[in-house]
Write a protein that binds this ligand. Structure first.
Ligand code: TRP
Length: 455
């Protein structure tokens, strides 16, 4: 299956930024803060860090080595490394999860464009808390407006994918990731000096272990998977475009550090600001769409120009973070169809975009117009979220760790870690230990709990 004319990323920096671009997204800026808020703050963050190091890092290295060694898409990689076995299903589940996640993720990504438009046209000015709640509900429940944004967002993703790996994915990540980082730092600097911000900082830094229970652990593990883009082959697919001299361990460390730093910085934007105006941190998924514009208005009530700049910057950064992530999901499916079914890249991308628009429409409508139709008590949106992130991602991660830890020839694992002898690879024994024992046991535990067997 290895093809000699496969595209490649052009530079090491490009590889790191594209992979970090995949990892950094709504997961960091939308999901991480509300999960932290719901789970009590600093203690959750500490447990999250443990999950990143013990589970995220080894599984990320595994996805990297599977992708680079096989030199093909996730859907085909396992057939190259373990021909004639059922391991190929790991890749196929990933492709399916890619469709589902991309469809509902793009709905939320579309909302960021609506809020960006509102910020640019200064529509937040003078609104009260109740106005923000009402406007979010009327927007997300509107049958048309979110669909328009969904389609625009998916077409933008499509456009970058069609341009290809180096000119599309790498080039856009190289521009967007540094911009994102600078925007975040500016917003943090604004936020932490607001009056009363100390309480938010304390919430993020002073752990209260009395709030820790099983659910906090499990929430942190799920968040680590989602945020690091693990379990469905995004990073595996990207790694198939890595050069032979790329240090996989170092790259995984860099991506984990960047991703974690951005999540924590997002916390430092949101909580000091929220505490400053007396808003509770546990508002849930609407935190950045209802609470935040409200915070901007109140925090800068005497300075409308600052409120305007702050809001525009925030939603720009959210949209940028989201698109570098949707690209990586789209690429998993596009590369699979292109390489396994001999479709041209463009046709494969058309198909993926078309299907995701179709599925995304159902997700979006299920929050408003078709709210009364539920399956297993969930809307289509919640069902996609549940099935993909709570079932398919942990299952994918579990299988990846078992595959690398137990099934794959250790010469390959060691070879990829050391670039076949040129690097020391002193991490190797720890990596194998984590993959063989720690990751499978810990993930099985999340999995069983999330399916409710323990309750
Ligand atoms: N990690 C991204 C975020 O934090 C989302 C994402 C991209 C993802 N690719 C993925 C999540 C693959 C799970 C699997 O927003």
């Amino acid at each position: 299956m290895a093809k000699t004319d496969r595209p490649n990323f052009g530079s090491k920096l490009g590889i790191i930024l594209a992979s970090a671009g995949s990892a950094v997204g709504l997961g960091n800026i939308w999901r991480f803060p509300y999960e932290t808020g719901n789970h009590g703050g600093a203690a959750f963050i500490l447990i999250y860090l443990g999950c990143v190091i013990l589970l995220g890092l080894p599984i990320m290295i595994s996805e990297f080595l599977i992708g680079r060694r096989s030199q093909t898409n996730t859907g085909g990689a396992y057939s190259v490394l373990a021909p004639g076995t059922q391991w190929k299903w790991v890749g196929r589940i990933g492709v399916l999860a890619g469709f589902l996640i991309l469809s509902y993720y793009s709905v939320v990504a579309g909302w960021t464009l609506e809020y960006l438009l509102q910020a640019v046209t200064n529509s937040f000015a003078g609104k009260s808390t109740n106005d923000f709640i009402a406007s979010f509900q009327s927007f997300s429940g509107n049958p048309w407006r979110p669909l328009v944004w969904l389609v625009i967002f998916l077409l933008a993703t499509h456009f970058i994918i069609v341009k290809g790996v180096e000119k599309g994915i790498e080039k856009s990540s190289k521009m967007m990731m540094p911009a994102l980082f600078i925007l975040i730092l500016i917003l943090v600097a604004y936020s932490v000096v607001l009056p009363g911000a100390e309480k938010g900082i304390e919430f993020l830094l002073k752990p209260d272990f009395s709030k820790v229970n099983g659910e906090v652990f499990l929430g942190a593990m799920g968040q680590a998977f989602f945020s690091l883009s693990l379990g469905m082959g995004s990073l595996c697919t990207y790694a198939s475009y890595f050069g032979k001299n790329m240090n996989l361990t170092k790259t995984a460390f860099s991506v984990c550090i960047i991703d974690t730093m951005i999540a924590i910085l997002a916390g430092f934007i949101i909580f000091p600001a929220a505490f400053s105006v007396g808003i509770q941190p546990d508002a849930g998924p609407s935190l950045i769409f209802i609470t935040l514009p409200n915070v901007f208005q109140q925090a800068f009530s005497g300075m409308p120009a600052l409120a305007f700049v702050f809001s525009v910057m925030f939603y720009v950064l959210l949209a940028v973070a989201a698109i570098t992530s949707t690209i990586s999901m789209h690429e998993v499916v596009t590369a699979y169809l292109h390489e396994q079914f001999n479709m041209t890249r463009k046709r494969a991308a058309n198909f993926v975009t078309g299907c995701c628009i179709f599925l995304g429409i159902f997700c979006s409508l299920s929050l408003g117009a078709t709210k009364e139709y539920t399956l297993f008590g969930m809307s289509t949106f919640d069902l996609f979220d549940f099935v993909s992130t709570k079932i398919m991602l942990p299952l994918g991660g579990l299988l990846v760790s078992i595959f690398t830890g137990w099934a794959l020839d250790k010469k390959i694992v060691k070879g990829e870690i050391t670039n076949y002898g040129t690097l020391k690879g002193s991490i190797y024994p720890y990596l194998i230990f984590l993959l063989k024992y720690i990751a499978p046991v810990a993930i099985s535990f999340i999995f069983i709990n999330e399916l409710g067997f323990l309750k």
